[in-house]
Design a protein around this ligand. Sequence first.
Ligand SMILES: [Zn+2]
Length: 74
Amino acid sequence: MSKAHRGSGIRKTPNSGRGTCPICKRTGIKLLYEQTVEGTKVNVCKTCDATIKNAAAKAAKSAKAAVAPAPAAE
Ligand SMILES: [Zn+2]
């Protein structure tokens, strides 16, 4: 199987997978990462994909901490 985000695999996609990122508005950037933004599936750039994933991980971590708070030391 070909690499999902580089090489001949993305040549088949429209405009070689390039376009304007709906989040950071950069043009001529590869949009190969599917993300759900405000309930809509969109393809975003690598940077925005990482940003979204980091924000989700951070939110999950803080939610977990809120459910089970660490015992306070006395
Ligand atoms: Zn972006």
